[in-house]
Design a protein around this ligand. Structure first.
Ligand code: CA
Length: 145
């Protein structure tokens, strides 16, 4: 009976130890604790829910979870040129440009990726993601003068 009890104590100790290790691993991975909440542009995880940015505007956004992607909508004027630039605050990120038929036109990665493109009077979309998410970033749209 004593042997059975000590075996039980050892087993319970192992369970507690395993639980603590798991909790620590999760903390180290940043799971369960996130200082990033979804921004006011959410939900914007696909083309149909993309939120607009206008010329001259800078938007402060979050990729609030590691799997988050943001879609940004740009209404263009035919013959005008646009610059969309992101600042991922020192982390690496990725932006890509496509039209409403999901024809991809260009993409760029880095901590401050920038795309320049010509408008055609139609709506274009910028898709944003980062392997370093969650993180905050800014996106700015300018017109080439
Ligand atoms: Ca999103």
């Amino acid at each position: 009976m004593k042997k059975l009890l000590s075996l039980l104590v050892v087993l319970m100790g192992m369970v507690v130890l395993l639980g603590c290790t798991r909790a620590r691993d999760n903390r180290e991975k940043g799971q369960g604790i996130s200082s990033f909440s979804s921004d006011s542009y959410e939900v914007d995880d696909d083309m149909s829910s993309a939120k607009a940015i206008s010329v001259g505007q800078t938007q402060n956004r979050n990729l609030h979870v590691s799997t988050d992607v943001d879609w940004i909508k740009i209404s263009t004027v035919n013959g005008k040129y646009y610059i969309v630039s992101n600042d991922f605050g020192g982390s690496e990120g990725w932006i890509a440009l496509c039209n409403e038929l999901t024809n991809w036109r260009a993409s760029k990665s880095g901590s401050t990726p920038t795309l320049t493109f010509s408008g055609d009077g139609k709506v274009w979309y910028v898709k944003v993601r980062s392997d370093s998410a969650p993180l905050s970033y800014t996106v700015t749209l300018k017109e080439v003068p």
